[in-house]
Design a protein around this ligand. Structure first.
Ligand code: SAM
Length: 415
């Protein structure tokens, strides 16, 4: 892996087109992380980005967190106008559903909460879900404590009414802080929003400017799916041409970049950027193969994949087939690539664990089995392998407990 592969990884994971933040900023971020980890070889650093927490650290380094209260005030006037003229009148007998993605350090969703209160809604009459891909920024958002830099408009009234000045920082009033649900969310994750409600209002401002055209299409198709038929989408001013390209039409709100959706989307949610054949083509089979199948892989159970969607099942079957054949490198690469697009796949973590185990990377394998069990607490095979791992590292007590749990799970499955 090289810098080019790291760029590609950021693009497929969070959609970031590195050139939009400056290649030198990206390289500085990588150098910084390598220094923190005391690494000098970029290839070694790149390998750390798979399967651990380092990708998260790098994302925190490269994203642009820039935001402030009531940024582009016209968006919030449009929200208030919508509530006054379209929402309140309807009395649908349910909450107004609002999403802010990306929410960064929280100034945007909190401004929404304040604007809704100013428009006369009580906290029980609305729900604000706020998502961002940076855990670090979300932690700051939940605290609700800000410096002067977060107030760049002439919003002294807001500061006075909704914040307490404590030791030079501004602490947000609890009732506004409690009005926002912050959650980790990657707009480009194919599972993003799958169990979420649809929304009456979506704020998606200053994110698509960091994507290339294909990724923007993917994001817009997703936003189209998540917005109610009569809902309103608010975007950043630089993004209007992208939204006019497909799926949305301009709504008449003075100075705001507000859109409603076309009832039939022109662009459907496209497939992930890379298909399985493309992925496989990028990793040609080497002439030299391991001759014999590692012993433990002979017992790899593939029946679990029958319970997941067909295309995903095929990818995981292929990974298991490669591993069984002794093509550990390809099997590992396929699992890693699959995990980038499906970070919650317990089966992929389990298979990758088997591969690492056979490569002698026991500690990494243990972590991967742990992740698989965390994601699917009924994953029998992952539990057994994790139990073996714990026993090997001297934690007999936990190993025994886990083994017993695995047998209970197996018993339930047979019933
Ligand atoms: C410039 S801020 C925009 C914040 C706010 N919407 C505004 O306009 O003030 C961009 C944010 O996008 C987040 N981000 C980047 N890629 C993302 C993705 N794929 N899904 C969700 N958030 C993402 C970053 O972490 C960062 O907080």
């Amino acid at each position: 892996m090289s810098l080019k592969t790291i760029k590609e990884l950021l693009k497929t994971t969070i959609g970031l087109n590195v050139s939009t933040v400056g290649v030198s900023n990206f390289e500085r971020a990588v150098r910084h992380r390598m220094k923190v980890l005391n690494l000098t070889d970029v290839n070694v650093y790149a390998s750390r980005l798979i399967g651990g927490d380092e990708l998260r650290e790098l994302i925190d380094e490269v994203i642009v967190p820039e935001t402030w209260f009531f940024r582009n005030p016209a968006s919030f006037s449009a929200l208030q106008e919508f509530v006054t003229h379209q929402w309140k009148g309807k009395l649908l007998g349910r909450k107004l559903m609002v999403m802010s993605v990306p929410c960064s350090t929280g100034e945007e969703p909190y401004s929404i909460a304040i604007a809704l209160e100013q428009a006369g809604l009580q906290p029980v009459e609305f729900q604000i879900d706020a998502y961002d891909v940076s855990h670090r920024l979300l932690t700051k958002a939940k605290r609700g404590v800000y410096g002067r830099h977060s107030f760049r408009n002439k919003d002294d009234d807001v500061r006075e009414k909704y914040f307490d000045l404590v030791g030079g920082t501004f602490m947000l009033a609890d009732r506004i802080r409690n009005a926002v649900n912050f959650q980790y969310g990657n707009l480009l994750d194919k599972y993003f929003g799958i169990n979420a409600p649809t929304y009456d209002i979506i704020f998606c401002r200053n994110l698509l400017i960091y994507f290339d055209r294909a990724t923007q299409d993917l994001a817009m198709a997703k936003l189209h799916r998540m917005l109610n038929e009569s809902g309103l989408l608010l975007i950043g001013h630089a993004e209007a041409p992208d939204f006019l390209r497909n799926n949305f039409q301009r709504a008449e709100y003075a100075r705001a970049f507000a859109f409603t959706k076309l009832s039939t989307p022109l662009v459907q949610e496209p497939k992930p950027a890379k298909s399985l054949p493309e992925l496989m083509a990028n990793h040609p089979t080497p002439a030299h193969r391991a001759k014999s199948k590692p012993e433990f892989l002979k017992t790899v159970e593939l029946n679990r994949v029958d319970t997941i969607p067909q295309t995903d099942a095929q990818v995981l079957r292929e990974a298991a087939r490669l591993a069984n054949r002794g093509d550990l490198r390809e099997a590992g690469t396929l699992c890693e690539t699959y995990l980038r697009e499906n970070p919650t796949s317990a089966q992929a973590y389990y298979l990758l664990g088997l591969v690492r185990e056979s490569e002698g990377k026991h500690s990494i394998a243990g972590d991967l089995f742990k992740k698989a069990v965390y994601l699917d607490p009924n994953h029998y095979e992952a539990m057994i392998h994790l139990a073996l791992h714990l026993a090997r590292y001297g934690d007999a007590e936990s190993a025994k407990k886990l083994q017993a749990r695995a047998h209970r799970v197996l018993g339930r499955k047979k019933e």
